[in-house]
Design a protein around this ligand. Sequence first.
Ligand SMILES: Nc1ncnc2c1ncn2[C@@H]1O[C@H](COP(=O)(O)OP(=O)(O)OP(=O)(O)O)[C@@H](O)[C@H]1O
Ligand SMILES: [Mg+2]
Length: 295
Amino acid sequence: MERYDLTFRRGFRPAWEGVPAAAHRCVFGVDYVSARGMQGGELFFTSYGWRLAEHLLPQHWFNDRQYRLLGRRLEGSTGAVYKFPQAGWRGDRRDLVIKFSRVAQHPGDVYIWPEVAGAWTGGTMFLSPFEEFANLNHLRLSGPDACIPTQLPLAIYSPPLHFHDWQLGRHVGRFSAYDRRLEADQTEVDNPPVHYEWDRLYILLYGWLDGVDVEEAHENGRISKASMEQLSIRVDGRLACSGLVVLDHKPRHIIVRPAAQTGLRKGRADVLYGLVDYELLVGREGTVFPKRPRG
Ligand SMILES: Nc1ncnc2c1ncn2[C@@H]1O[C@H](COP(=O)(O)OP(=O)(O)OP(=O)(O)O)[C@@H](O)[C@H]1O
Ligand SMILES: [Mg+2]
């Protein structure tokens, strides 16, 4: 079992502000605390994840493929995405989403959201894990018009395992575009720079968003087809307010929450909804990544 010292040899895990500067990273405007394991595994915690850092250690969900044995693969995922039961966060229960990044893989014949399909010139490339968190962060920090509940970005984990490109399905010809963007970003930071290691996996950890997806709600007769379509357009409109689009936007990516006793609030404008899946959440103007001004 790979050990991580989250205390930085102090005997207790410091609050975010107390973490030594050498462990801080800033990638595409998102701050992380980086922890390296004794065998070379690496964890990048966001400030949300750092509060739960002990619970996110790979020994709890990754080692011995626990994510497969104790978690369940999400139906409808074309990638490798798992829901993992997680208990004990301040007594409440919040499950994890474990998502293997598809960076540099060929997205195949991705269905493109018709609102942007005609004008889209940016190509379809899955975001790298750092770009995914960055664009999500951009959305989360957008003003109230754009505000959509999302899964909480907690951490990026890169296990101490090495693979051939073909084992990971990555296209070597795509690496340079990702590397260029990351290098350009990392030349500006004060912290030690971050690089991609193309022979390693990247796994994104999110907090689960309670509810069911809109397509499932429709199939169960709890939401009408018209409401499903309206909601898709409304969510896309909110993303547009912050200059973003989910290239493969679809009802399966919108999560609705049943109101207490009454089931979903059918067709009502105030239905509770949120967005999942950010691997193709990109700048609307054809840019792959919208830069967030540093604050
Ligand atoms: N937090 C959540 N709450 C409820 N359902 C979820 C949640 N996260 C994911 N799902 C369900 O799991 C499905 C698959 O997840 P996700 O979209 O991240 O996988 P994917 O491999 O990227 O799929 P796709 O290729 O369709 O984009 C979602 O479409 C949704 O139905
Ligand atoms: Mg997806």
